[in-house]
Design a protein around this ligand. Structure first.
Ligand code: ZN
Length: 293
C-alpha cells in the first residue's frame, strides 16, 4: 500500500524534473562557482549525500548536483510544509524504519558513480570552502553588462590605514518592527576608519531590507574588512545593544573607557506604532560608537 505522506520525505521521488536539470546545468557554467567549471563528481541524491558526508564541503561546492539537490529539497519541504527537508531514500528508511514502495531507485536514476579521487590539476583547493579561489572571467561580465567589471577594492590601501592606531566609528541604524519581541530588532551597520573611509557595512538584501536581525539567540556577526567580527545583539530589557569584539565587550550605553557610544533614542519615542488601519510604523534609533582600531 503506497504511503504518500512518507514518500514525500524521499528526495529520489522528485529528482527527475526539468527545473532541477536546468539548475544543475547552470551551475556548470564557467565562473559561476569556480574557473574551470564545476564537474559531476557525484550525481543523484544518495551520491551527493555520500559525497558531502565522506569527502566534505569543498567537493559539494564544486559539484553542480549538490546545488540541484539542495534547491529541490528546500522546494519540496516548502511545498509540503514538512518539518524536515526530504533526504535520500536509504537515509530516510534507516532513520524512520519506513520501507518505500516507490519503484524509483538510485540505480534507475544513474548507474553507479565512480568518484574521481583527485580534482583536475588546475584546481587550487581553498583553505576555506566559503572563500572561492576563482579568478573571474572578466569577459563574461562585459558580455552580460556591456561594461568593464568594477575594480576590486584595494586591500593594501585599507591595511595601511587600519594598521595606524586610530579611532573607528561604528554607526548603527537600529529598527524595531511590529511583531514578537524575540524577532523584531534589526540593524543596518557601517564602520569607518579615522579617515572616514568605510571599512565595512551591512549588505542590505531583499529578505532584510532594514538590516540584519540582532535578536537574542540570533546575534548579528558584523564583519569589517579587517579585524575581528563584531557580535551585535539587541536587548529589550533595558533597551540597549550589546557589542562584543574578541575580548572587548560594550553596550550602546557605554560612554567611558576604550569605547564610547551615543544613543539618539527611538523615533517615534515610544517605539513602533502597530495595528493601525493604514499599516504599522517602524521605530528607528541611531547609535554611534567610537572604538580604537
Ligand atoms: Zn552535470
Amino acid at each position: 500500500m503506497p504511503n504518500p505522506s512518507a514518500e514525500k520525505n524521499i528526495l529520489e521521488n522528485f529528482y527527475e524534473n526539468r527545473a532541477t536539470i536546468l539548475y544543475h546545468e547552470t551551475y556548470h557554467f564557467d565562473s559561476t562557482v569556480v574557473q574551470p567549471n564545476t564537474r559531476d563528481y557525484a550525481n543523484g541524491p544518495q551520491s551527493i549525500w555520500d559525497q558531502a558526508k565522506l569527502k566534505g564541503a569543498y567537493w559539494s561546492y564544486v559539484t553542480p548536483d549538490s546545488y540541484g539537490c539542495a534547491a529541490l529539497s528546500i522546494y519540496i519541504q516548502e511545498w509540503f510544509r514538512s518539518v524536515f527537508p526530504p533526504v535520500p531514500r536509504k537515509v530516510y528508511q534507516a532513520q524512520s524504519g519506513f520501507i518505500s514502495s516507490s519503484s524509483t531507485t538510485e540505480a534507475d536514476l544513474y548507474p553507479p558513480v565512480n568518484f574521481s579521487t583527485v580534482l583536475p590539476a588546475s584546481f587550487v583547493a581553498p583553505s576555506n570552502p566559503d572563500i572561492p579561489n576563482a579568478t573571474p572571467d572578466a569577459s563574461l561580465w562585459t558580455e552580460f553588462r556591456g561594461t568593464s567589471p568594477p575594480e576590486a577594492p584595494s586591500s593594501t590601501a585599507t591595511a595601511t590605514q587600519v594598521s595606524a592606531t586610530s579611532t573607528c566609528k561604528i554607526h548603527v541604524d537600529e529598527y524595531e518592527l511590529c511583531g514578537a519581541e524575540s524577532s523584531d530588532l534589526f540593524a543596518n551597520v557601517s564602520m569607518a576608519n579615522g579617515n572616514g573611509d568605510t571599512i565595512g557595512e551591512t549588505a542590505i538584501n531583499y529578505t532584510y531590507p532594514l538590516g540584519m536581525p540582532i535578536n537574542v539567540g540570533d546575534t548579528y556577526s558584523f564583519q569589517p574588512r579587517l579585524g575581528l567580527a563584531i557580535m551585535i545583539t539587541g536587548e529589550h530589557e533595558g533597551d540597549y545593544i550589546q557589542f562584543t569584539q574578541g575580548d572587548l565587550s560594550w553596550t550602546s550605553n557605554t560612554t567611558t573607557g576604550v569605547v564610547s557610544c551615543t544613543d539618539g533614542g527611538w523615533e517615534p519615542k515610544d517605539g513602533p506604532v502597530c495595528g493601525r488601519e493604514y499599516g504599522d510604523t517602524d521605530a528607528k534609533k541611531q547609535i554611534d560608537c567610537w572604538v580604537r582600531c
